[in-house]
Design a protein around this ligand. Structure first.
Ligand code: ATP
Ligand code: MG
Length: 583
């Protein structure tokens, strides 16, 4: 790695590399102080919708833009906090009029339309549970999730309903209503026009007492390692959302924020809806799918200051080999954060070179509900590291012993499982219908994340791999991320996915699937070159022994490399659950 080069360049962006301050914040931190940031409900308790929208709409921010919606075809709509308050009150009243009450699950299956964001807040106001689905799911994953989640209402569009849901209606016995965002007339007693219902509904709504422990969201995981799990969250999670908005996204009152994740995934709700609004920040939503020119134009035209995105998108931008800061005015942008997968050091360097600022990696999971570990703006970035735990979060590296006990690894730079000390407010409260699996995540006073990592002398965490993806070769443990990152340093490589292929001699052989940059031709010579390139940097024990070129690496719809699929295809085994596989 060009370590010295990176550190030299990154130093320039480190605003206050002050470890003492970080440790002081951690020491003086307590959740009671965070609680003081919120109003609470007059009726009692704590409700996300009130803290994110109503309290701002009732105060000086009432006319401030809460949502700037960019339609796929160039349309633009702006909603103030007051608008969202009224519209979401209407939606909550619609649910009331349909007899939908506390704890009942409302599924959403929609592209990123304003109604989706309004409904999300309305659902929480009604103390019902928001269960977002990704609009590109096919019928089977929709059916499976709605049945498992006991969906009472589905919010969707006419087109998505026709294509994906109508054929399922007979099997969805518990589903009472379908609300169609763009239908002017009801189709039946069960399939209703949302505009018609909204028109009749009152635009004020009193949120009833909400216990901070009441269920707020049900999110399905990405399915990277197997069947997606239904993860249960509660209203109190907003403490962590607020915290990460302050410390990681570094929100200031005038920020214009863009989170590119779809609300079908936890990042798209926690950080595409809840967190910016808890801070009274203007939130950009783009209806369209990824397109490099469009994305740079959004950053420029909307004067985005804080951008939260994912490694998969960054890798796609990197493929272009262009000079974004010369072609677009990105001068308003001051912070880029990334989550979802390891951020290859090469991507951090690319950020410095091409966007004139580094990209900050952070780590969390659907289960943790909010960001747990991050590279803070206020600190020195370590390229390739996920950063340090947030105040209020205790993270460690542990070994899960064969006798069922857990030992903390105190020595720096030693690999083990990344674990968190329960419980923090946004910690999941269960896996839906799977108490046993939930219980298994907590051992010896730790929550075990299933990710392998190590911690360096200064408390930065470094991702090694998911425990399921780790390769055991000739007695070594190899994390695929390290090998993928190395290959990405080669100028011909756009992306790589690395697996362990069973081998009689050495246990597993490191095999890399490589997709090449536009214009680069695959050849046997290039394969040999890449193998040599890997050997030189990683040593022969870790370097890939086999390379296969492929135009596309299989990914989840949330953009994560599905190594389990590369592996089962390689071995000719059944592919398992592919409901979240990108088309
Ligand atoms: P499933 O649990 O269904 O297999 P998933 O774990 O991919 O899917 P998510 O909860 O969406 O579902 O993703 C969380 C996981 O993503 C983490 O456990 C980790 O493996 C990976 N991840 C997230 N952020 C980072 C990061 N910054 N660096 C490395 N890995 C990350
Ligand atoms: Mg997971």
């Amino acid at each position: 790695m060009k370590k010295n080069w990176i550190e030299k360049n990154l130093n320039a962006f480190s605003i206050k590399p002050n470890l003492m301050e970080y440790f002081h914040e951690r020491e003086s931190f307590n959740w009671e102080n965070v609680a003081k940031e919120f109003d609470g409900l007059d009726s009692g308790g704590l409700n996300i919708a009130h803290e994110a929208i109503d309290r701002h709409a009732n105060g000086p921010l009432c006319d401030k833009a809460a949502l700037i919606w960019l339609g796929e075809n160039g349309e633009k709509k702006i909603y103030s906090f007051s608008d969202i308050k009224k519209q979401s009150a209407k939606f909550a009243n619609v649910l009331q009029s349909l007899g939908i009450s506390k704890g009942e699950r409302i599924f959403t299956l929609s592209t990123r339309l304003p109604e989706l964001y309004i409904a999300a807040i309305g659902i929480l106001k009604n103390r019902s549970v928001l269960c977002p689905l990704f609009s590109q799911f096919g019928p089977e994953p929709i059916l499976q999730r709605m049945q498992r989640g006991d969906g009472k209402v589905l919010l969707t569009t006419k087109a998505l309903f026709e294509k994906k849901v109508r054929p399922l209606m007979k099997q969805l016995n518990d589903l009472r209503y379908v609300l169609l965002i763009d239908a002017q007339e009801d189709e039946s007693e069960r399939i209703l026009s949302l505009p018609r219902l909204m028109e009749k509904a009152a635009d004020s709504f009193t949120i009833l007492p909400t216990d901070p422990e009441d269920m707020s969201l049900l999110h399905f995981t990405s399915g990277t390692t197997g069947m997606p799990k239904g993860v249960v969250h509660v209203h109190k999670a907003l403490y962590n959302h607020w915290m990460s908005g302050r410390y990681v996204l570094d929100f200031h009152p005038d920020d214009v924020y863009w989170c590119t994740a779809d609300p079908g995934w936890v990042t798209g709700t926690s950080y595409g809806i809840i967190t910016p609004w808890l801070h009274g920040i203007t939130n950009i939503v783009d209806e369209a799918e990824f397109d490099a020119v469009r994305w740079y134009s959004v950053l420029q035209n909307e004067k985005v200051t804080v951008w939260y995105t994912a490694p998969t998108a960054i890798r796609r931008l990197m493929r272009l080999n262009n000079e974004p800061t010369k072609e677009y005015d990105l001068s308003h942008l001051r912070l880029i954060q990334s989550v979802g997968e390891p951020l290859n050091p090469e991507a951090v360097v690319w950020g410095v070179e091409k966007l004139k600022m580094p990209i900050h990696d952070n780590w969390w999971q659907t289960e943790t509900g909010a960001i747990m570990i991050a590279n803070f703006l206020s600190q020195q970035i370590r390229a390739g590291s996920m950063g340090r735990p947030l105040p209020g979060i205790e993270a460690s590296i542990v070994h899960h012993n064969d006798d069922g006990t857990v030992t903390e690894v105190t020595e720096p730079n030693k690999e083990g499982e990344l674990a968190l000390k329960p419980e923090w407010p946004s910690m999941f409260r269960n896996y839906l219908h799977d108490d046993e699996r939930y219980a298994k995540c907590f051992v010896g006073g730790w929550y075990l994340s299933g990710d392998l990592a190590y911690k360096d002398e200064d408390g930065y965490f470094w991702f090694v791999g998911r425990s399921d993806d780790i390769i055991k070769t000739s007695g070594h443990m190899v994390g695929p991320f390290e090998v993928e990152s190395c290959l990405m340093e080669h100028p011909a490589v756009a992306e790589a996915g690395v697996i362990g292929k069973p081998d009689a001699m050495i246990g597993q052989l490191v095999k890399a699937f490589v997709s090449l940059k536009t214009g680069v031709e695959p050849s046997e010579e290039l394969k040999r070159e890449l193998i040599g390139f890997g050997r030189k940097r990683l040593g022969s024990a870790v370097a890939p022994k086999e390379i296969e070129f492929t135009p596309n690496i299989p990914k989840t719809r949330s953009g994560k490399i599905m190594r389990r699929l590369l592996k089962s295809r390689e071995m000719g085994l059944p592919e398992g659950d592919t409901s979240t596989l990108e088309d």
